[in-house]
Design a protein around this ligand. Structure first.
Ligand SMILES: Cc1ncc(COP(=O)(O)O)c(C=O)c1O
Length: 500
């Protein structure tokens, strides 16, 4: 393809994307295709002759778009948001256009230096402790990883290597193998599945502790588990705390966890995949408490700060721990600038060697919105979740199950879990809005997360009306079928209320 054709193709693709995003509310949020739909329609072999870009773009519309779940639809309320904004899309285009690698300074100086700049911008925007900034000139700093899962895995592996070295120095009679076999980590049952996975991959079993009635993990719980494990000969190595759990967005008690970790020479990592963004707001200043005792922290910039997938910020109090753990040198990676400046060689801070120029989309987007625009975006998510919560509270059939946090509201139908499960099933089958369930303390509930590009009040109202309609239908049908016996008349009463 020559540059002229690329210009035409690229402009048509930009128009296509803008049309897609501007009309996204016209589509059901969930697709209406069955497994294998695409496999049946596409050729089994790579085309022998090249095709025209217009035909390819048409087929994106014809075959690909129908198979999309529309994550950028404001009717998407499942999981947590994945960010998207026009400036970030352009930032992605530019970075793809340059197609450079940034594994060390020389491989593309702008790549490393811009990452240092935006990671410090973000650390200051969140008012993180000074030692997380590159500009502090200490051993700390931030890096962009692909995902929270990678960040947690890196923390687990770094904690493992630090623990092995420390224990070997303290007890030289132990073999390295013995030490490794005794390492153990901790997290709560409200933590994301990536934590257990990081333990599996990083060969440290993670003991999953039950969260307390507020869905959080506290120092007292951790201390009790550590005491028990020390008595059994284990070596407590890392605690992975959560700021903004996937289920209810609860925040573990960092201050007391930090205290236990310090006393036991354990690494403290915080998974703030979603909630981290809200550190920027004074309304959530309390989240910053305890961050000074944290060794590492991850936040998915691609969740709620208008940056497209993928882009995860990870900060380290002492990046040397990671560099020491991962450092592998090869002659072709050596260059005359290595070790000559304060600038990091980010290849030592991550799992792969190659790295994308992710900082570019962050820089482009943050400049276009400014700190004020980013804060307004977060405040909008809070405002919309508050509006949704008000609608839930005003409905006698529904109840809130956890404190509203940021852009997340957790609610359920009063009574037996089956009602909530059936309601969600109906809503999902109708495809107008998309939400996912969770459970805590034996109660099934539905998570309503403010997501999508440019969500508005009308979208919250649309979602609530859909819930209202489906719930009213469900209750009328149950009452008509006389199925109210299993819930001891509750359904009938609720249906009567619904009719009123
Ligand atoms: C709290 C939390 N941690 C970790 C993750 C996993 O993130 P990633 O897909 O970046 O690995 C999620 C996903 O939503 C999450 O909510």
């Amino acid at each position: 393809m020559d540059a002229e054709t690329f210009r035409e193709f690229g402009k048509a693709a930009v128009d296509f994307i803008a049309d897609y995003l501007e009309t996204i509310r016209d589509n059901d949020v969930l697709p209406s295709v069955a497994p294998g739909y695409l496999l049946e329609q596409l050729p089994k072999e790579l085309p022998e002759k090249g095709e025209q870009w217009k035909d390819v773009l048409q087929d994106v519309n014809k075959f690909i778009k129908p198979g999309l779940t529309h994550w950028q639809s404001p009717n998407f309320h499942a999981f947590y948001p994945t960010g998207c904004s026009y400036p970030s899309i352009v930032g992605e285009m530019l970075s793809t256009g340059f197609s450079v690698m940034g594994f060390n300074w020389m491989s593309s100086p702008a790549c490393t230096e811009l990452e240092v700049v935006v990671m410090d911008w973000l650390a200051k925007f969140f008012k993180l402790p000074e030692h997380f900034l590159h500009s502090s000139k200490g051993p700390g700093g931030g890096v962009i990883q692909g995902s929270s899962s990678e960040s947690v895995l890196i923390a687990v592996m770094a904690a493992r290597e630090q623990a092995v070295r420390r224990v070997k120095a303290e007890q030289p009679e132990l073999s390295e193998g013995d030490i490794r076999a005794r390492l153990i980590g901790y997290s709560s049952d409200q933590g994301n599945s990536c934590i257990e996975k990081a333990g599996n991959l990083g060969t440290i079993p993670i003991r999953i502790l039950p969260a307390d009635k507020n869905q959080i993990l506290t120092g007292a719980q951790l201390a009790a588990a550590v005491k028990e494990d020390l008595a059994k000969g284990f070596i407590p190595t890392i605690c992975i705390a959560t700021m903004g759990a996937t289920g209810t967005c609860a925040h573990d008690d960092l201050i007391s966890l930090g205290d236990v970790c310090e006393k036991n020479k354990m690494w403290l990592h915080v998974d703030a995949a979603y909630a981290g963004a809200f550190l920027a707001l004074d309304e959530y200043a309390h989240l910053r408490r305890g961050l000074e005792c944290v060794d590492s922290l991850n936040y998915n910039v691609h969740k709620s700060l208008l940056i497209n997938f993928e882009c995860t910020a990870m900060w380290l109090r002492n990046a040397n721990h990671i560099v020491d753990s991962f450092n592998v040198d090869a002659i072709y990676l050596k260059n005359k600038y290595e070790g000559k400046s304060d600038l990091p060689d980010f290849r030592h801070w991550q799992i792969p060697l190659g790295r994308r120029f992710r900082a570019l989309k962050v820089w482009v987007t943050f400049r276009i919105y400014g700190a004020e625009g980013l804060r307004n975006h977060l405040l909008n998510h809070m405002r919309l979740s508050e509006r949704f919560e008000e609608r839930v509270l005003a409905d006698d059939r529904l109840e809130i199950v956890a404190k509203r946090a940021m852009g997340l509201v957790c609610f359920r139908v009063k009574g037996e879990n089956k009602l909530t499960v059936d309601l969600l099933q109906r809503i999902t089958e109708h495809k107008k809005i998309y939400m996912v369930p969770s459970t805590f303390g034996g109660k099934t509930f539905i998570r309503f997360a403010v997501c999508g590009m440019q969500p508005k009040e009308q979208d919250v109202d649309f979602a609530f009306e859909e819930i209202d309609t489906q719930l009213t239908k469900l209750m009328s049908e149950l009452a008509a079928n006389g199925e109210d016996t299993w819930s001891k008349g509750k359904i009938r009463r609720l249906a009567e209320q619904a009719e009123v």
